[in-house]
Design a protein around this ligand. Structure first.
Ligand code: ATP
Length: 323
């Protein structure tokens, strides 16, 4: 059984579609199980400044379909310091918060871990479009972001085909190529360049484009993950080497916005309810995760020490189907 009475919830780091569905799930499941729920605005920044208020069943109404996060989010430099974490803990105590649910990425979980080391009970819910959290095979926002990218790829393909051009698209993923590799398969890219894999521009980009042209291709798509960057330079290099007119598109923050897909809404709802059930059962300092479609949880220290590797099968499929 749990000695938790009041749960704080915040979103931190980059926003992701579905975060609202997670806030709603934590709030409604929390109230259902008899907890008081306090929403903290602007991530750890709001925790430091006491920017928070009680959430009710109704205050989370009409948000499941909205992108972004109603609680807003931030990157707090002050909270990244030892002093900042202590201040955060003491402000949580002022508001009577016994447990904190943090919806965010790895960085946000490191902040939660630091709070846990000082005695706060924490639960992490993976919310980031990059899908770069090792302990879970899914993070909130990932599906919506990929669908946004795919929509852009389809549009760019129409114009690339009409002009027989090559497009280089930079998609999000600072350290992870999950969006890039999946969208490469779904969008039919000739080449996908991701941070997890060493690449050789001539062998991995130029050669497939020239071979594709020799087989009769009419347009070419190269996807570059944000962590590699340099889309403009890659485009110039392709044009120089192949004489194919090449344009770069950097999708940027458009990938973060938009109404969450059904997958994101359902996953966020499941993760939010699971987080509250952990607290109800007296379990804390855990990260909620999805493994093979099932909800599971990991100790926060263990979760942060795990390393995520890219799925080799996806890389293989992308290469075979680019023929
Ligand atoms: P995303 O991957 O979507 O950007 P994230 O959670 O990894 O999300 P970060 O900017 O890395 O985003 O982290 C969010 C916030 O968490 C930081 O601004 C900081 O306040 C806090 N944080 C990050 N690392 C630590 C740390 N080691 N100790 C304390 N707080 C931290």
């Amino acid at each position: 059984m749990s000695d938790v009475r009041t749960i704080g919830v915040l979103t931190s780091g980059g926003d992701a579609p579905g975060m609202n569905a997670a806030i709603r799930a934590v709030t409604r499941a929390g109230i259902y199980h008899g907890f008081k729920v306090i929403g903290i605005r602007k991530g750890y920044e709001g925790l430091l400044h006491g920017d928070m208020e009680e959430l009710t069943l109704r205050s989370v109404g009409d948000i499941i379909q909205r992108g972004g996060t109603i609680l807003q989010t931030a990157r707090s430099a002050e909270f990244s310091t030892e002093e900042g974490v202590k201040r955060g803990l003491s402000m949580a105590q002022v508001f009577g918060i016994d447990a904190l649910v943090v919806i965010g990425g790895d960085g946000s979980f490191r902040g939660a871990r630091d709070l846990a080391r000082l005695g706060m009970k924490v639960i992490g819910i993976p919310g980031t479009i990059d899908n770069d959290i090792a302990c879970t095979d899914y993070t909130i926002g990932y599906d919506t972001a990929m669908n946004t990218v795919l929509d852009a790829i389809d549009k760019i393909r129409d114009t690339a085909y009409s002009h027989e051009r090559c497009s280089v698209m930079e998609v999000m993923g600072r350290h992870a190529g999950w969006i890039a590799i999946n969208c490469g398969i779904a969008g039919g890219a000739e080449a996908v360049i991701i941070p997890e894999q060493h690449f050789d521009i001539d062998k991995d980009i130029i050669l497939p484009i020239i071979e594709g042209r020799n087989r009769g291709k009419k347009n070419y798509l190269v996807i570059v993950a944000e962590g590699i960057g340099g889309a403009a330079e890659i485009a110039r290099y392709i044009e120089e080497k192949t004489d194919i007119i090449t344009r770069e598109t950097i999708l940027g923050h458009i990938q973060r916005g938009g109404s969450p897909t059904m997958t994101d809404r359902v996953m966020a709802s499941r993760m939010g309810v699971y987080a509250v059930e952990l607290l109800k059962a007296g379990k804390y300092n855990r990260i909620v995760a999805s493994q093979g479609g099932k909800m599971v949880d990991y100790d926060i220290e263990e979760a942060l020490s795990m390393e995520k590797t890219i799925d080799e099968e996806l890389i293989k499929i992308g290469k075979i189907l680019a023929l």
